[in-house]
Design a protein around this ligand. Structure first.
Ligand code: PEP
Ligand code: MG
Length: 879
């Protein structure tokens, strides 16, 4: 029979699939002998069954009963026992952390009788017992019974007026319990369930259901967490942080998750429970101040944090509670961190001897590196500082201030940059946080919801800017000195320093970009960490990394960023601007002489371009692709020309152009006369380009040209071009490889034949994706991809991350059959996927020789190529 419930003593940290992250780590801490309140975990498998079948699996209730009975024996009291109640929390916990996205209910087991028993347990502390009871009804009402939380908040606000919640008297809390029960009756037509087992049963199902809550679904989509994992449920005996000033609750990190600086970091709130500390309800104190309040608990906590770091060999975050002086651990996990912290911590751990460089490389990701290449504010510019909050999640964000999540989403959808300003954020603000460029809050610490979620998303966030008086209803905030910012005013926030500026502050490159440019301060700890990890990635990777670059400047930058050649030089990009005129002449040429004249005019310009690029690449290979797009892209717009002609304003040339535009007009130009087809139809065009390449290569010592023919679907097309090109190269006495792009499905399927005529393949996965799916790459992303993502048809756009099952299969077939026909066939990729982390891993697995991507993504490709090599060597799963 399936086992659906595990005692904390039965699990361990490697059982996250089954017990969720929280359950697995509670078990691990229990086994380490740390003070964890006893409890048990209901598996994700039970949740999946419940979600699929609409009912809990058979036998689950009995299994829970058995574990509860054992817990009651351990604790020496029964759940909800009137004179001495055991109370439990019911907490969600999925495999991947989804902070605040799912439900938790505390204080289960309280009712009108056991509230007195709880007071007795707490040495007659009636106030504490009634406070716990009202919290139960409030949390249960909101999350289990689905009552609007504002109803409870409102009743609480009305009762306490301007006072803190700790100032409410026992009588008032009792009154509040009555009011809350009344709200439950009004909203559900039933009394609040007094039976503790019923409370527990309903809470467990509510946690299961919360897996599919709107915000959880949205969060998973954003974070690319699979939708079918389900959550585990942890039932844990309660310990109380709200029994007085000798109690409290806190969250902590074993090092600073924002900067990676060594030394513990956290927030503590005395006389508080559960989410209070992250919800920004009262302002927290720094963890270090706990030492004065309770030295014993503080010292024990420090020792436990050191144990956890050594045990997990990584930064851990924890939640803890102090109950009348005694420390309890409620949660730990390997903590989220900013991208900069990830690099710094990974190398610190190497220096501490806890991990090796392989593992350090596996601990950082290309996405994190990409985030570090974000710009930051220019310090030279004039800036009007409004205030300084906490530097919760780094980056530089500029946008219009908005004060609600809805407004943020609305303006962002209209293409505006916005900064979401809130007093504090709750999980309900998720849509606005996703839409905003940055987030600014006036309350809460670095561990507040806003900070944790923003950091996870890589979004700039300043929190706890306490000097700001934020009026959500008035859609404005007031900064010190009386400066008022209302909705729509532009502000700039710096998530690395916590500064908030009025107006738009110009941004500048990141220190990591400066490092790649060779212009960084080498003593900077982040620069050193990135350098060490990049060097290691380069030493272990098998994949080469090239650049897609068409200009000398791009080529030069690509080299500085570590490119080992150019994988795609799109020659059509050289026909823009003033040269467009020459292409027009080519299209309009009425005789072979006119065509030759047009080509002769283009040739020296092309040659100069290639000389520049060969020089920038100093002997590294340069793959030059012959002209690819449909010719009419170089001609004036059909409608504009027609209007000019209709108005009688057209010259002779305009008339001729109009005729040409009409002649060349295609319904589906992407599937029309382009690529090799164009080369075969316009005599002399490809030959002119090959001559320019050959001549340039002759003039630049060591130049290594590779000539690439686009859009080939049949070997015959390639043979026709190849013959002419080879003759030109031979005449010029230049050696160059001649190869093709594989970007039409037929080319992939006949790769064995094509390889007979190609010395290299470069996968053009932009077109290959377009043609495999039948998706127009220019249209579909904006038109219906959001719906497809919502429906889960794919988790990410196939134009962004290579579709392994479909497009990837074609790549595999072509690579295998191509290599069979020509064992030394060189294989690369030059579609946008060449710089995408997951796709780089795929390219490694398939055995390509190199990836080619835009210059700015080269460092990411280098890093991921290194990680892919370690992954396939069995050092770990890095995706
Ligand atoms: C491709 O199709 O993947 C490619 C690199 O070519 P382009 O994007 O220029 O069509
Ligand atoms: Mg293409």
């Amino acid at each position: 029979m399936a086992k659906y419930v595990y005692d904390f003593t039965e699990g361990n940290k490697d059982l996250k699939d089954l017990l969720g992250g929280k359950g697995a780590n509670l078990a691990e801490m229990t086994n380490l002998g740390l003070p964890v309140p006893p409890g048990f975990t209901i598996t994700t498998e039970a949740c999946r069954h419940y979600l699929a079948e609409g009912e809990v699996p058979g036998g689950l209730d009995e299994e829970i009963g058995t574990h509860l009975a054992a817990l009651e024996t351990t604790m020496g009291k029964r759940l909800g026992q009137a004179d001495d109640p055991l109370l439990v929390s019911v907490r969600s916990g999925a495999k991947f952390s989804m902070p605040g996205m799912m439900d938790t209910v505390l204080n289960i087991g309280l009712n009108d009788e056991s509230v007195h028993g709880l007071a007795k347990q707490a040495g007659g502390n009636e106030r504490f017992a009634w406070d716990s009871y009202r919290r139960l009804i409030q949390m249960f009402g909101k999350t289990v019974l689905g009552i609007d939380g504002d109803r409870f908040e409102h009743a609480l606000d009305e009762l306490k007026g301007k006072r803190q919640d700790t100032e409410l008297s026992t009588a008032e809390l009792r009154e509040l319990v009555g009011t809350y029960k009344e709200i439950v009756r009004e909203e559900t037509g039933h009394d609040f369930p007094a039976d503790p087992r019923e409370q527990m049963r309903l809470a467990i199902m509510a946690v299961f259901d919360s897996w599919n809550s709107e915000r959880a679904v949205l969060y998973r989509r954003q974070e690319r967490i699979p939708a079918d994992l389900g959550t585990a449920v942890n039932v844990c005996s309660m310990v109380f942080g709200n029994c007085g000033d000798d109690s409290g609750t806190g969250v902590a990190f074993t090092r600073d998750p924002a900067s990676g600086r060594q030394g513990v970091y956290g927030d503590y709130l005395s006389n508080a429970q559960g989410e209070d500390v992250v919800a920004g309800i009262r302002n927290t104190i720094p963890l270090q101040d706990l030492e004065q309040l309770n030295k014993g608990a503080y010292d024990e906590l420090m020792a436990i944090m050191a144990t956890l770091e050594n045990h997990y060999r990584d930064l851990c975050d924890i939640e803890f509670t102090v109950e009348r002086g005694k420390l309890w651990m409620l949660q730990t996990r390997v903590g989220k961190r900013t991208a900069a912290a990830a690099f710094r911590i990974a190398t610190q751990l190497v220096d501490q001897g806890l991990i090796d460089l392989d593992e350090a490389l596996l601990r950082v990701t290309g996405d994190q590196l990409a985030k570090l290449m974000f710009p930051r504010f220019s310090t030279d510019a004039e800036r009007t500082l409004l205030t300084k909050g906490m530097n919760a999640s780094p980056g530089a964000a500029v946008g219009k201030a908005v004060f609600s999540s809805e407004r943020a989403a609305e303006l962002a959808a209209a293409g505006e940059d916005v900064i979401l300003v809130r007093r504090e954020t709750t999980p309900d603000d998720l849509a606005g946080m996703i839409a905003a460029r940055g987030i600014l809050t006036s309350r809460g610490g670095k561990t507040s919801h806003a900070a944790v979620v923003a950091r996870g998303m890589g979004k700039t966030c300043v929190c706890g800017a306490e000097e700001l008086e934020v009026s959500i209803s008035g859609k404005r905030f007031t900064a010190p000195g009386g400066v008022e910012v209302t909705e729509g005013d532009v502000i700039s926030i710096d998530g690395s320093t916590g500064e908030v500026f009025l107006g738009e502050v110009p941004v500048q490159d990141s220190v990591v970009v400066e490092y790649f440019e060779g212009a960084a301060d080498e003593s900077d700890e982040l620069v050193q960490a990135v350098h060490r990890i990049m060097a290691h990635a380069d030493s272990v990777r098998r994949l080469g990394v090239r650049a897609n670059a068409d200009t000398e400047e791009d080529a030069a930058r690509a080299r500085r960023f570590g490119a080992q050649g150019i994988g795609l030089c799109r020659t059509e990009h050289m026909f823009l601007g003033e040269r467009r005129q020459l292409v027009e002449d080519l299209v309009l040429a009425a005789s072979p002489e006119e065509r030759k004249a047009a080509l002769d005019a283009l040739e020296p310009l092309q040659r100069t371009d290639f000389i520049g690029i060969f020089q920038s690449m100093a002997g590294l290979p340069v793959t030059i692709r012959l002209i690819d797009p449909p010719l009419h892209e170089f001609l004036p717009d059909l409608v504009e020309l027609s209007v000019k002609v209709a108005k009688g304003e057209a010259t002779d040339k305009d008339h001729k152009l109009l005729e040409a535009v009409r002649r060349l007009h295609e319904q589906n130009p992407m599937l029309g006369l382009r690529g090799v087809r164009l080369g075969l139809v316009i005599p002399g065009l490809f030959a002119m380009q090959v001559r320019a390449i050959a001549e340039a290569a002759r003039q630049v010592e060591g130049a290594q040209a590779e000539i690439m023919i686009p859009l080939v679907g049949a070997v015959q097309e390639l043979e026709a071009v190849r013959e002419e090109a080879a003759a030109i190269l031979a005449d010029a006495g230049v050696e160059a490889l001649i190869g093709t792009m594989i970007e039409v499905p037929r080319a992939a399927l006949t790769a064995g034949q094509i390889a007979e005529a190609a010395e290299f393949f470069s996968f053009g996965t932009n077109d290959l994706t377009q043609m495999t799916w039948g998706f127009s790459r220019d249209d579909v992303e904006a038109s219906f991809f959001s719906r497809y993502l919502e429906l889960g048809i794919f988790g990410v756009s196939p134009f962004e991350t290579l579709d392994r099952d479909g497009v990837g299969r074609l790549v595999r077939i072509a690579a295998e059959e191509g290599r069979k026909a020509r064992p030394d066939l060189k294989l690369g990729i030059c579609g946008e996927h060449g710089g995408d982390p997951d796709s780089v891993h795929f390219c490694h697995e398939v055995g390509l020789d190199y990836v080619s991507c835009s210059p700015f993504r080269i460092p990411v490709a280098r890093l991921e190529a290194g990680r892919a090599a370690l992954e396939s060597a069995g050092s770990g799963d890095t995706r």
